[in-house]
Design a protein around this ligand. Structure first.
Ligand SMILES: NC(=O)c1ccc[n+]([C@@H]2O[C@H](COP(=O)([O-])OP(=O)(O)OC[C@H]3O[C@@H](n4cnc5c(N)ncnc54)[C@H](OP(=O)(O)O)[C@@H]3O)[C@@H](O)[C@H]2O)c1
Length: 323
């Protein structure tokens, strides 16, 4: 199939494009940067330069590629201060609102038969009540903390726009927290360094439930969705949702760090805001049963314990995660 990937040079795009090419698809990869043409060609895509926030550029790029499937992997997540979550997600929120609308409109014009979009199973997207692990049928958070309202609204906009597009098969992939190459949860990268240097404390009871996903496994699920998903939502997470109280000390140990400091909620609120405290203590995890059942998806890293190098007790190699 002809597949148009918006965000082809990102953490997930770099994993996805070569897999699509290996599966025999013709891939067009979109980037803003002339300098990423070479990278995209090396990954096996035909590069196209366009700004996702310019509807004319997006329409022209899609029209030239004549794709059968569009994949939306656009985000712009820089350094995050969780006290100002919406401020730091402002550009990503535009990519999830305007960017989604422009891609859908461009796809409609050429009649794409599938539209696959990145969404989120992490950060408190699911309601922070009821059981610890959510399926796609469970309700989303109705009363987000103040600093995350715009971010969750943008994700809902993306999901609603994609699922309501009757002219195409709209597929929403709610990814767990990414780790692995190109992400901030990888050896030497920001989040691992915060844990290693004991600057990532355990807040309150650490009862927030996190669902992780290795970017390579996320890419595998995305290929399957591109090829044969039905319209709807799929959680793309690993088999092992875990509380912060469980995964954070385990990761610290693997990185050779001391145990994380413990900080009460009221202190954490000062440096991490409501959003940060909520993510540490209240969020729920997600179930991948539907994606495994319907996409025939097999994970290489079924658990973050293995992916982080925790289960074996082995220290991570300096050059990356274990295969
Ligand atoms: N589920 C999750 O946990 C999750 C989800 C998303 C991101 N993250 C993490 O956040 C970190 C950084 O992510 P990121 O958001 O910077 O993603 P990224 O991995 O750099 O990918 C974002 C993609 O969006 C494209 N893009 C952004 N703005 C664009 C625009 N105006 N026009 C065209 N393309 C545009 C970028 O293209 P060019 O730069 O090539 O133009 C890039 O390919 C990574 O650690 C990533 O893993 C995690």
């Amino acid at each position: 199939m002809r597949v148009f990937v918006a965000g082809a040079a990102g953490a997930i795009g770099k994993q996805l494009v070569p897999r699509l090419v290996a599966a025999g698809h013709e891939v067009t990869g979109m980037t803003r940067s002339e300098s990423k043409r070479v990278l995209l060609s090396q990954l096996g895509a035909v590069p196209v330069i366009a700004d996702a926030l310019d509807p004319h550029q997006v329409a022209d790029a899609v029209a030239a590629a004549r794709p059968e499937v569009i994949v939306h992997q656009l985000t712009s997540i820089g350094p995050l201060d969780t006290r100002h979550f919406d401020r730091d997600f402002a550009l990503t929120n535009r990519l999830r609102t305007e960017g989604t609308d422009y891609l859908l409109s461009a796809g409609h014009a050429v009649g794409v038969r599938r539209f696959v979009a990145q969404s989120v199973a992490a950060y408190g997207m699911y309601a922070r009540s009821g059981g610890p692990v959510k399926t796609e049928a469970d309700p989303l958070e109705a009363t987000p903390v103040r600093d995350m309202r715009e971010t969750l609204a943008a994700i809902r906009h993306l999901e609603d726009a994609v699922l309501r597009a009757e002219w195409t098969e709209g597929i929403v992939l709610r990814y767990g927290a990414f780790y692995g190459p190109g992400t901030s949860l990888a050896p030497g990268e920001e989040q691992f360094e915060l844990v290693r240097t004991r600057k990532y404390p355990l807040v309150g009871d650490g009862g927030g439930v996190w669902s992780f996903i290795h970017v390579a496994d996320a890419a595998e699920a995305t290929v399957a969705a591109i090829e044969h998903a039905n319209r709807g939502v799929y959680n793309v997470v690993d088999d092992d949702p875990a509380t912060v109280a469980e995964w954070l000390p385990a990761l610290a140990k693997t990185l050779g760090a001391k145990k994380p400091r413990r900080v009460p909620r009221f202190i954490a609120r000062l440096f991490a805001g409501e959003a940060g405290v909520m993510m540490m203590t209240e969020i729920r995890g997600a179930s991948n049963a539907k994606a495994k059942r319907e996409l025939a998806w097999r994970l290489v890293h079924p658990s973050w314990r293995d992916g982080f190098g925790v289960s074996s007790g082995a220290k991570l190699p300096a050059d990356g995660l274990r295969a």
